[in-house]
Design a binder for this molecule. Structure first.
Ligand SMILES: NC(=O)c1ccc[n+]([C@@H]2O[C@H](COP(=O)([O-])OP(=O)(O)OC[C@H]3O[C@@H](n4cnc5c(N)ncnc54)[C@H](O)[C@@H]3O)[C@@H](O)[C@H]2O)c1
Length: 267
């Protein structure tokens, strides 16, 4: 390991179980010398096994619903207390569509479900940054990352309203990133990750199909959750200080492909 995050303090949202991208990122951050707080919604803490990760990475768990400003204010205040100072990195690894869960098609959603999913998957990122910004909780040259997916730019029919949520999320990264950069020298980016077999990923109808398709299309194959953790660590490190307002594709080259030999052979 490279001690890339030695002395750095962070908050990691969204580790549910050992398949979660946030789980792998926490393991890597720990290996690189970081100290951090783990957080998730109370319901997820009951469902998953976050305490195993907390023990392994010497981290405290502070529950927070990322759609609640009150919870986020408590989380940020307590994290600074526990970590003994301001924050250097934050991972927003949160996504959920009620329409997907309930099998509602894109063309006939339940709009209350649409609003709930949008709030959890996209607006929560604005809320997290709002609290960090107003509490001046981030150190200069800190790094904030949210995870996205390419359905923000291109059509993947079964990704449903999560496509719209990801487009909104990426826009928030740019818009809030401007103010965070200008006023506090903090960078904000999204990483657009390959399909990854996690609880959220497997919840999307036809996941196996588009996982296999992306894998055949990408010259380097799909990026795994562990690969994503490595990239995120690089983005938290001091080696990427002038990267901000970007949506960074981390997908083995998929996003720039038209067609590959492997896909041609199949069709
Ligand atoms: N799996 C994929 O194929 C894939 C691809 C690209 C991007 N992503 C994104 O990566 C991120 C992490 O997802 P994952 O694939 O690791 O799945 P995951 O199911 O392990 O993680 C999703 C997390 O969101 C949390 N969450 C849901 N509602 C919340 C709330 N109100 N407050 C706080 N946390 C809440 C869940 O508890 C869970 O820990 C998501 O943004 C997802 O959209 C996933």
């Amino acid at each position: 390991m490279y001690n890339l995050l030695k002395g750095k303090k962070g908050i990691i949202f969204g580790a549910l179980n050992e398949h979660s991208i946030a789980w792998k990122t926490a393991e890597r951050a720990y290996e690189e010398g970081a100290e951090f707080v783990l957080t998730n919604a109370s319901a997820a803490l009951k469902m998953g096994n976050l305490s195993v990760l907390a023990k392994k990475t010497n981290a405290q768990i502070i529950p927070a619903d990322a759609t609640s400003i009150e919870d986020l204010e408590n989380l940020v205040a307590k994290s600074m207390e526990v970590l003994g100072g301001k924050i250097d990195f934050v991972l927003h690894s949160i996504g959920m569509s009620v329409n997907v869960r309930k099998g509602k098609p894109y063309t006939a959603p339940n709009y209350d479900f649409t609003t709930k999913g949008w709030n959890v998957s996209a607006v929560s990122f604005h809320k997290v940054m709002n609290v960090l910004y107003h509490k001046k909780a981030m150190n200069s040259w800190g790094s904030i990352i949210a995870l996205s997916y390419m359905a923000a730019q291109r059509v993947f029919p079964d990704y449903n309203d999560m496509a719209d949520n990801k487009a909104y999320l990426e826009s928030i990264a740019r818009s809030f990133g401007y103010f965070f950069g200008r006023d506090q020298k903090v960078r904000v980016n999204t990483i657009s990750q390959s399909p990854t077999p996690t609880t959220a990923g497997n919840g999307v109808k036809g996941f196996d199909g588009f996982y296999a398709y992306a894998d055949k299309m990408a010259p380097l194959g799909n990026a795994t959750a562990a690969d994503c953790a490595d990239y995120t660590i690089a983005m938290f490190s001091d080696l990427t200080k002038k990267v901000t307002l970007q949506n960074l594709f981390h997908d083995g080259g998929f996003s720039n492909m038209g067609v590959s030999d492997a896909v041609m052979e199949q069709v």
